[in-house]
Design a binder for this molecule. Structure first.
Ligand SMILES: NC(=O)c1ccc[n+]([C@@H]2O[C@H](COP(=O)([O-])OP(=O)(O)OC[C@H]3O[C@@H](n4cnc5c(N)ncnc54)[C@H](O)[C@@H]3O)[C@@H](O)[C@H]2O)c1
Ligand SMILES: [Zn+2]
Length: 407
């Protein structure tokens, strides 16, 4: 007998600031974000900093202390910043998460205290997960410091860590209290990470925003060389599309199986595992986008011209669209290991396999099965393309060397 249907509606709201110099004492964004709900109170803030960021910005602990001092009516520092290892290592080591949870407890962090996470997507995911699980949720202010985290993960509602050999197996949906995107952090980001982060912008452009895709194509040389002004614009446009999608697509906590923002991700997640995270998330996503776009062309969903445009733009942005892990096969049968990514992806989504494929730039469709022969052909095409590019580069180098010898 059905007794009652319980209905709970909880609106979530979080501000996203775009700024420069978040810890400069005259910048009010952080203090006003933290104090937005209870302006009359002094709020406890605990900084957690990505080790890579701490190394690149050695004055950060002092800058934060000075900032909190300058805004002492609204902010107080719980302790010196906790520095955690940066990169995927943060998510692979469950002990690091447990250690952070223990610190949050030891420092008396309660549900109205703030963990202020400064870092790349991996540290935001790991520390966000720790904060979301202590007392079932301590407030989080995210200060993303990579292109990927500023353009995508840092403005979203997910966190998590890797476990049992699977990407993001443990995690929660937990909207942050506030997000502050400081363009200056990108000044110290290595070029490899600048490029990697652009994959998520290409992804949203392809499924949602044709003008952004044209812009990415036209700006590719400047972006590939890591120029900061176009990168800041890429971040802003990509973040806006992600925010709009989360707010308006009707499924912020991903209860259904459709997942357009995971375009290109079934192969990407598998490639990250197969390479033991030698490939960055963004690098794997670029390959995943290339596979699924070629697949769409082979399956007759989009034109060869669209596929060629996507691959050319990805390469112009600096991505390599081939990795030896694509050729790994299971012992015996010879089946490509990357194909297992489809099963993992279905499990991660729950329910039916749902893969987003392109019909054209800005137009996508969901499919519920994929023909492995087309996937294999797409991978083969990427291998041939990489071999041709390699041969051209070698010929160019030999030509250059010969030219040098003549002069
Ligand atoms: N939660 C989500 O919705 C979501 C979405 C997309 C990706 N992700 C996750 O994000 C992670 C990838 O994040 P990422 O691309 O930001 O890379 P990352 O966090 O692995 O960082 C890459 C490297 O850059 C360093 N670094 C960070 N900021 C720096 C700076 N300003 N200057 C110098 N070095 C800096 C880090 O220490 C690290 O060594 C993956 O684990 C991926 O699964 C999560
Ligand atoms: Zn991603």
């Amino acid at each position: 007998m059905l007794l009652h249907v319980q209905r709970i509606a909880v609106p979530f709201e979080y501000p996203v600031y775009f700024t420069e110099g978040v810890f400069s004492p005259s910048n009010d964004d952080l203090a006003s974000a933290v104090a937005s709900r209870e302006p009359g109170r002094r709020h406890r803030v605990l900084p957690v900093i990505d080790g890579g960021v701490a190394a690149a910005w050695p004055s950060l602990p002092e800058d934060i202390a000075r900032y909190v001092g300058a805004h002492a009516a609204r902010l107080s520092l719980v302790a010196d910043p906790i520095v955690v290892p940066g990169g995927e290592a943060a998510k692979n080591d469950g002990a690091a998460t447990a250690a952070l949870q223990a610190r949050l407890d030891a420092l008396g962090m309660d549900r109205q205290s703030f963990v202020m996470i400064v870092g790349g997507g991996a540290v935001l995911d790991m520390a966000g997960y720790a904060a979301a699980t202590v007392h079932r949720g301590v407030r989080v202010v995210r200060i993303p410091t990579t292109v990927l985290a500023q353009a995508d993960s840092g403005v979203g509602v997910k966190n998590g860590i890797n476990a049992f050999g699977k990407k993001n197996l443990l995690g929660t949906f937990a909207p942050p209290f506030a997000v502050i995107i400081d363009a200056r952090f990108l000044e110290t980001l290595p070029l490899r990470d600048k490029v990697a982060g652009m994959a998520e912008a290409v992804k949203v452009a392809l499924i949602r925003d044709p003008p952004l895709f044209s812009w990415l194509t036209s700006q590719a040389p400047a972006l590939a060389s890591g120029e900061l002004a176009p990168l800041a614009e890429l971040v802003r446009r990509s973040a806006e599309i992600h925010l709009q999608h989360i707010a308006s697509a009707g499924d912020p906590f991903e209860l259904g199986s459709a997942r357009p923002l995971d375009f290109g991700h079934w192969a990407a997640h598998k490639l990250e595992s197969l390479t033991s995270h030698r490939l960055r998330h963004g690098e794997a996503v670029a390959i995943g986008i290339a596979i699924d776009t070629l697949y769409a062309a082979f399956a007759g969903l989009c034109s060869e011209a669209t596929a060629a445009a996507v691959l050319t733009t990805l390469e112009a942005l600096g991505f390599l669209l081939w990795d030896e892990a694509l050729a790994l096969t299971h012992p015996g049968g010879g089946r490509l290991c990357v194909l297992d990514g489809l099963t993992d992806f279905r499990e991660h989504l729950g329910g039916e396999l749902t893969v987003t494929l392109l019909e054209g730039v800005g137009r996508s469709r969901e499919v519920h099965e994929m023909d492995e022969r087309h996937i294999v052909a797409a991978i083969e095409r990427l291998r041939e393309r990489a071999a041709r590019r390699g041969a051209r580069a070698a010929a160019g180098a030999a030509g250059g060397a010969a030219g040098g010898a003549r002069s």
